[in-house]
Design a protein around this ligand. Structure first.
Ligand SMILES: *[C@@H]1O[C@H](CO)[C@@H](O)[C@H](O)[C@H]1NC(C)=O
Ligand SMILES: *[C@@H]1O[C@H](CO)[C@@H](O)[C@H](O)[C@H]1NC(C)=O
Ligand SMILES: *[C@@H]1O[C@H](CO)[C@@H](O)[C@H](O)[C@H]1NC(C)=O
Ligand SMILES: *[C@@H]1O[C@H](CO)[C@@H](O)[C@H](O)[C@H]1NC(C)=O
Length: 193
């Protein structure tokens, strides 16, 4: 060992050398972690509303009965990462007031796969706010009912044999329901944490 001093014949490294070795190991491990993360960094799934319809619409004063059907399309854009959807809740709101709730069956989303989710939402005698009921009545007369669809899921990412911890995925789709079965300009906002 070139840096061994005569005063310390049995020590293979002096402190400075040990420190450098330690720093190098940390830097190499850090780079490996960085490149692994960059290679696998999961992209957000992409959501859109493909279609929506409603039936048995009946708004009496402020009480609403109706059944809503949506086709929510989700695309996993990742080449190497698949997604476990361990629990999925979905709800329909009108002007931020929740009017129906549905649970979507859990599924495993393969990489680069497109899957359609088709929840059915049943609103039975839901009491709306007076302002919301008036708006909804007005909208239904014009044939356009404005609804938002929310999806909240507990997900884990899977890359090879590695699985991430649980994360919460929140999706808000803001479509405009036209007549009974047509949606114009679906937009979705995805919050991911
Ligand atoms: C909604 O349906 C329930 C029965 O399921 C009925 O009692 C209620 O009157 C209905 N309300 C409206 C607004 O149609
Ligand atoms: C719904 O809530 C969001 C955020 O809380 C707000 O920006 C939006 O204006 C609300 N929409 C309505 C129709 O009240
Ligand atoms: C996505 O995965 C599902 C379930 O494994 C399968 O039925 C479907 O055909 C796949 N779709 C595409 C576009 O790969
Ligand atoms: C779904 O809703 C149920 C009942 O409100 C709740 O217990 C559960 O934590 C929710 N799951 C998600 C993923 O939000």
């Amino acid at each position: 060992m070139p840096q061994t001093t005569p005063q310390q014949p049995r020590k293979p490294f002096n402190r400075g050398h040990c420190f450098l070795v330690l720093i190098s190991i940390i830097v190499v491990l850090g780079l490996v972690a960085l490149f692994t993360w960059l290679a696998l960094r999961p992209k957000k799934p992409v959501y859109s509303i493909e279609s929506g319809s409603l039936s048995d619409f009946n708004l009496n004063d402020i009480h609403l009965n109706s059944t809503f059907y949506f086709t929510i399309r989700t695309h996993n854009p990742n080449h190497r990462v698949s997604i476990y959807y361990d629990a999925i809740n979905s709800s329909v709101t009108h002007h931020n007031q929740s009017i129906a709730f549905s649970t979507i069956p859990r599924f495993f989303h393969r990489r680069r796969n497109v899957t359609d989710l088709t929840p059915k939402f049943v609103a039975r005698d839901v009491a709306l706010s007076h302002a919301n009921a008036a708006d909804l009545k007005q909208e239904s007369r014009t044939g356009q009912v404005e609804l938002e669809v929310h999806v909240t899921a507990r997900i884990r990412f899977k890359a090879g044999v590695f699985k991430s911890r649980h994360r919460t995925l929140k999706v808000v789709c803001v479509p405009r329901l036209v007549a009974v079965d047509n949606i114009v300009a679906p937009k979705s906002k995805i919050i991911f944490k």
